[in-house]
Design a protein around this ligand. Structure first.
Ligand code: ZN
Ligand code: ZN
Length: 355
């Protein structure tokens, strides 16, 4: 098929024209009307509401079902998710579930194997492949709120994404400013922050949970993507509501979901047990040692002992044997220190940039 027949002209024009509008009219607006911090506030609040609706709503709630949400929160996600101009929840989740199931292959809608530009934005320029339309979205079509958003997606996107910021701007005499900052600039920034997850998060960073696919963990990207930058972990444990699994890892989406659980707006937050996460890391390290030609009997013994301590700890916890549990934990820490030392000396782990 000729390339122009595969183009989704509406998407292509929108994605090209919006950054042009922002880069011409925002400077003009500042020159002629002065810099107004209230417009910047509309922009920031708009970015936060729409981005968390994508990361916490579209992604971790609707696509992965990593927790459950109250209907009011779902409504918030669906309304502001529409304003992100990334398609309806059904369309977004269908693409994303296909990405996880067929990552890096031709069936992956934003496969990094087709290059940075394709994974970042190029795939949005193309029409949907009819054979994968609404891929694995039966559960979503059973949710009346999600179906409602799918039906009125375009209207919601225009009203919430552009109408409301214009009206807020109008309230203090700057409707064009409201539209430019809260509408266009917010959409462009939110778009590209989300797109980084599909592009750079599959190219740049570490792979502590294995190299079975191209996904990577990257703190810098986590900062710009509301925590989604811990993408290697996410592809390994997609059902976990966290992406930055350690308490100190920058994942505001995880903190948002957890905080809302205190107000009963979220519940049944899914967490992969720490022992499973540790085992996945050990397995990834083992492959690293093998690839580096440094895996030996001693390392194999340390790994077996770590796994044995994990098993014992689970048993001691069940039997409420406090002393035995703590002793096993002390031994586990010593073994992990040895393992980390070996990884530093023989694993040749380094930050990698995909070719
Ligand atoms: Zn991915
Ligand atoms: Zn995902």
């Amino acid at each position: 098929m000729a390339w122009y027949k595969r183009l989704n002209w509406v998407n292509a024009i929108f994605l090209i024209v919006t950054p042009v509008i922002v880069s011409i009219f925002i400077p003009l607006n500042i020159i002629f009307h002065g810099f107004d911090w209230r417009l910047v506030l509309i922009f920031i609040l708009g970015c936060l509401a729409t981005s968390v609706s994508i990361t916490g709503g579209y992604h971790r709630l609707f696509a992965h079902r990593s927790y459950e949400a109250n209907w009011l929160l779902k409504l918030f996600y669906l309304v502001f998710g529409a304003a992100a101009l990334q398609g309806s929840a059904i369309k977004w989740c269908s693409d994303h579930r296909r990405h996880h199931k067929h990552v890096d292959t031709d069936v992956d809608p934003y496969s990094i194997s087709k290059g940075f530009l394709f994974a970042h934005v190029g795939w949005v320029f193309l029409k949907d492949d009819p054979q994968y339309r609404e891929f694995r979205s039966q559960d979503l079509k059973a949710d009346p709120l999600v179906v409602w958003q799918n039906k009125y997606y375009f209207l919601l996107a225009v009203i919430v994404g552009f109408g409301i910021p214009t009206l807020i701007g109008l309230a203090f005499g700057s409707p064009w400013g409201g539209l430019l900052w809260g509408g266009f600039a917010r959409v462009v920034i939110t778009h590209h922050c989300t797109f980084f997850i599909n592009s750079l998060c599959h190219m740049w960073g570490k792979q502590p949970y294995g190299k079975k696919n191209s996904a990577r963990d990257n703190f810098v990207l986590a900062f710009f993507t509301y925590g989604e930058g811990y993408h290697n972990f996410h592809h390994r444990f997609e059902a976990d509501y966290r992406n930055g699994v350690r308490w100190y890892q920058w994942d505001p989406t995880k903190w948002w979901i957890r905080s809302l659980s205190f107000f009963k707006l979220t519940r049944n937050l899914k967490r992969v047990p720490d022992s499973e996460i540790l085992k996945a890391r050990l397995q990834a390290d083992e492959s690293l040692f093998i690839a580096a030609g440094s895996y030996n009997e001693r390392l194999r013994e340390i790994k077996t002992n770590i796994e044995e301590r994990l098993r014992q700890m689970a048993q001691f916890r069940k039997e409420k044997l406090k002393f035995e549990f703590k002793s096993a934990r002390i031994e586990l820490r010593a073994l992990l220190a040895q393992w980390r030392l070996a990884r530093r000396l023989y694993g040749k782990r380094r930050v990698e940039f995909a070719a």
